[in-house]
Design a protein. Structure first.
Length: 402
């Protein structure tokens, strides 16, 4: 099977932000919009350790990364898609955990898959390590991709890898070393690499079809950058945004959209061909979250829990509506339904309606939700937590009908 998510199975969710990397679920799904711990739960499974990575769905397998902070073990775990039973868990590394922000974890990067292998990245001993596993959890290869040693703000690592044409693309931006690299998925060998400005950033790279070609896009470091995903050669960069962003860019056929961050606040639209410059910008900050684009409109939920809708090409604000924050997870679009969790385990469900904010439901599951939901086959997979300290437990829920 080709190692390009654009060519993968339509009913799987094999990378951060789904089949096309834009957090839009495949069409034709009919998800339930109301749930709690006793309502519309197909199954629930305890997740060992702590992590903010999203579940990926690979055939009959659901895969998560997680980390045990006491033993300093990072690992990959496979669950049965139908029952939630844990099928395997593989420890990838032990020791060398860096300092992190209190809201980050040592397993915040979402895994990806080409249908044959699972690929994951972890940061330890001031390095980013990539690993490939088979679908039974056996390690195929491991490789140190590059250094990651932030000094000004030691907030940990968060970028998720992506796949393109037999290459695993990984980034690591810090104020001591910064890079984006591609590894051969069969061997783990580095096939291309590009240095980046040494500044702090946490966004994930993504391959998009925009501006008339495939582009590897990455926001942050006071710009949006575009690379040829096949060779790593820079295509263009547009000065904009701020130093640090965490969200992943979104796009249509001609425009790339991004938001952040620190120290400044900006949401921006830039030409996807590298020649048209900045098309519009405003001062809204979606720092942790990625946005959604649908039917010519840009939808977002900012750090404080304010939902926005803008006309995508002009930046005209159509509406904004205050939900409850803070928010770290990114909203997901299923048909015309947006699913948006906040950090307290409340998930807001509302319509992607450019004319007005149209609430559908408000659901509570657990007391902590940082992982972005996954939606496959009309089922919603939510990673949440409840409890404090030693009593804290993470759970993966499957929401839907049996």
């Amino acid at each position: 099977m080709a190692g390009d998510p654009h060519e993968l199975l339509a009913d799987d969710w094999m990378q951060w932000r789904g089949p096309l990397g834009n957090n839009i679920a495949q069409s034709g799904q009919n998800v339930l919009t109301e749930w709690d711990e006793r309502t519309n739960v197909i199954w629930q499974a305890e997740v060992p350790g702590r992590g903010h990575s999203s579940p990926i769905v690979v055939g009959e397998l659901i895969v998560l990364t997680s980390a045990d902070e006491q033993s300093q073990q990072q690992g990959v775990f496979g669950f049965d898609r139908a029952t939630g039973a844990r099928k395997w868990g593989t420890v990838i590394s032990q020791g060398g955990f860096p300092k992190t922000h209190q809201k980050n974890t040592h397993a915040s990067s979402t895994a990806c898959s080409d249908g044959r292998h699972i690929y994951a990245t972890f940061c330890h001993h001031e390095k980013v390590e990539a690993v490939a596993l088979d679908l039974k959890g056996n390690v195929i290869w491991k490789n140190i991709v590059g250094g990651f040693a932030p000094r000004q703000y030691e907030y940990g690592y968060a970028a998720s890898p992506t796949l393109y044409s037999g290459k695993l693309i990984v980034s690591g931006d810090s104020d001591t070393v910064a890079w984006v690299k591609a590894l051969d998925t069969e061997t783990g060998r580095i096939v291309w690499q590009q240095d980046r400005p040494r500044k702090l950033n946490w966004s994930s790279p993504i391959v998009a079809q925009t501006g008339g070609r495939k582009q590897l896009l990455l926001s942050g470091l006071n710009m949006i950058s575009s690379y040829d995903p096949q060779t790593g050669q820079p295509l263009w960069s547009q000065p904009c945004l701020t130093m640090a962003t965490c969200g992943t860019v979104v796009w249509d056929d001609q425009v790339v959209y991004a938001s952040g961050g620190y120290p400044d606040k900006e949401t921006v639209a830039v030409s996807a061909d590298g020649r048209g410059g900045i098309l519009w910008k405003n001062s809204v900050k979606c720092y942790e979250q990625s946005m959604l684009i649908h039917d010519g409109h840009l939808y977002a939920v900012d750090d404080g829990g304010v939902a926005y809708c803008w006309e995508a090409r002009s930046g005209t604000e159509k509406w904004k509506y205050r939900l409850r924050g803070p928010v770290s997870a990114s909203p997901v679009l299923v048909g015309d339904v947006i699913i948006a969790p906040n950090e307290s385990g409340t998930t807001y469900v509302f319509r992607a309606n450019p004319n007005r904010f149209e609430a559908i439901a408000q659901n509570q599951l657990g007391t902590e939700s940082f992982a972005t939901p996954t939606v496959v086959d009309s089922k919603i997979y939510l990673r949440v937590a409840a409890g404090q300290g030693d009593a804290r437990r993470e759970t993966l829920f499957a929401i839907g009908t049996r």
